[in-house]
Write a protein that binds this ligand. Sequence first.
Ligand SMILES: *Cc1c(COP(=O)(O)O)cnc(C)c1O
Length: 438
Amino acid sequence: MDYVSRALDAVAGWREPAPPHPSLTPDPARFEAAWGEFVERMGSNYPFHHPRYAGQMLKPPHPVAIAAYTAALHVNTNNHALDGGPATSAMEIEVVEWLARMFGFPEDALGHLTSSGTIANLEALWVARELHPDKAVVHGANAHYTHSRMCAVLGVQGIEAPADTAGRIDLDHVEGLCRSGGVGTIVVTAGTTGTGTLDDVARAVSFREQYGVRVHVDAAYGGFFALLADSGLIDGAPFRAIAEADSVVVDPHKHGLQPYGCGAVLFRDPGVGRLYKHDSPYTYFTSAELHLGEISLECSRAGAAAAALWLTLRALDLAPILSAGVRAAQAWAALIRASDVLTLHREPELDILTYFPSGTRASEIDAASERVLQAGMSGEDPVFLSTLRIGADAFAAAHPEIELDADGVRVLRSVLMKPEHEPHVPWLHERVSRIARS
Ligand SMILES: *Cc1c(COP(=O)(O)O)cnc(C)c1O
């Protein structure tokens, strides 16, 4: 289907063409030169769309999202206020209700889209600080670095709890901190950025009742796997427990098939809306209804982002797409377990696989990972991976048989987030094994 011409047809129906103005017409020769340079420079990207790219958390948006985004972009609505984007604001409210249902949050949960997971987490931590002004935020050593950084931004004491041998936040340690009484909020991760590890959300939630702390779930990466909670393919318990958390973050621009610029934050208690209260003299003219800008730290936000997510969720099922990635990680893990040249770093819990060229010393493994990464990207039939640095303690805990002669070890990491990865697993394994052997 030609999604983009469909988008342009839609735009033609909405817009009264404005009379042309000469100041808006580029000089043709200058435009041609600039366009030529643009096309050439963009050609330097890695093939993120292809299964041979099995590295970082990167993939192009779905054409359905591109079509909606492209069409909406021509109007360029602003979801700060209903005046700026009545249609896309209504779509945003509907997609947030969809996300709330996915997490088992009550119907009146409060939430909105954000420009990213970083801003969504900032907002959740800001609410946490407002409700527990003098208490600490505890996050795991396995958590995204944004939490310690945002604690600094907010002037909140951030405490980093260690990870246990399985790579989860050590909740025994966290419970000790809660008992001491200075903890206001616990951040747990449902799908860590490095390895896709699921923290024990249910146990963290039990601390809510026991110690009166808030629980925030950073599901920026993993949130959409809630759709697979009852599939038997993954451990569904952490996702089911999100329903009892105070807030959750999910990034539709990671597993929701969206272009960048689409995160989301949701609060179980709509009462936190009062914290945002402000009077903008600029934007609220037409309606007594809630403007999204009244419950958001950001002002201008792309209405096109809401439009793209809305159309995507209407037109596609995400569960089969996510399942294919999980099966790809499980299938490749099985091949690596049987391999004599590659070793699994951790069993995959979602669709992220970590592994390394087999070896007996940490320094040797670190160098070999870097060599495979570089060699993979060159030649006729390249494969694109990423590396992840594992701290000495975590590496030693996972691989006690390996001699630890370095203070950290880079391992190979593949985020298998495209369903096309699944049929390519034998090729990926063969290709990476060949490079590791040579
Ligand atoms: C990606 C990610 C973030 C940051 O989100 P951005 O959208 O990149 O700003 C935060 N937490 C986790 C767990 C993530 O995977």
